[in-house]
Write a protein that binds this ligand. Structure first.
Ligand SMILES: C[S@@+](CC[C@H](N)C(=O)[O-])C[C@H]1O[C@@H](n2cnc3c(N)ncnc32)[C@H](O)[C@@H]1O
Length: 195
């Protein structure tokens, strides 16, 4: 069966390949730890799109968040379901063909945006906006690869500012330092306010 362009990458196949996927952090993202420690991100209804088999949804669920994860890869959803229960849920869906029953207080995007073809970024940013309530916040890691092609696709900060622009979004006055990812790659954390 032909996959839609939004699911052109066989993520399930990548999860079923031997070994740990290259995008998967061994621990918790230090940017998320910093946001939690600073009280910037407090327990709330949070969406984690393209959560994969990352540890962050389970950690947030354990800290009192109602976590919804949405991922097209069935094995990722099966991994996350018991970790976000009972307050949360893990849903198998194409993010471009899914809508929540009510908008979220926060979204945590870690290596989901950069996994999506840049030709779909306008549509994805529009969806992120729609998934958040007014005044909700997007906690995002902009992947910095410094090279063409992907995934992961380089999230040039000038392009990100144009993608997440006023009047829909507000940026903070300054951004924290990037956090290391895999060799040659780092992530630029940002917290964007949804107007
Ligand atoms: C690079 S992985 C990142 C996984 C996880 N965020 C992490 O940090 O380990 C990208 C994830 O997004 C999911 N994904 C990509 N495109 C998607 C789409 N259109 N709908 C739903 N999930 C998608 C993939 O299945 C995969 O789990």
């Amino acid at each position: 069966m032909t996959q839609p362009p939004t699911l052109a990458v066989d993520w399930e196949g990548r999860y079923r390949a031997p070994g740990t996927p290259g995008w998967q952090r061994p621990g918790i993202n230090p940017a998320l730890t910093a946001w939690r420690a600073a009280g910037e991100l407090k327990p709330c209804r949070i969406l984690i799109p393209g959560a994969g088999r990352s540890a962050e949804p389970g950690v947030l669920a354990g800290e009192g968040f109602a976590v919804t994860v949405v991922d097209a890869a069935l094995s990722a959803v099966a991994f996350q379901a018991p970790r976000v229960a009972p307050a949360g849920q893990a849903l198998a869906a194409d993010l471009f063909d899914w809508a929540p029953e009510q908008p979220f207080d926060a979204i945590y995007d870690q290596t989901c945006l950069c996994a999506i073809d840049p030709g779909l970024w306008d549509a994805y940013a529009h969806r992120l906006h729609g998934w958040l309530r007014p005044g909700g916040r997007l906690f995002v890691l902009f992947m910095q690869t410094g090279r063409d092609g992907g995934p992961p696709f380089h999230c040039d900060l000038g392009r990100m500012r144009a993608l997440f622009a006023a009047p829909d979004w507000q940026w903070p006055a300054t951004l924290p330092a990037p956090v290391p990812h895999s060799p040659g790659q780092e992530e630029q954390p940002a917290v964007l306010l949804r107007n």
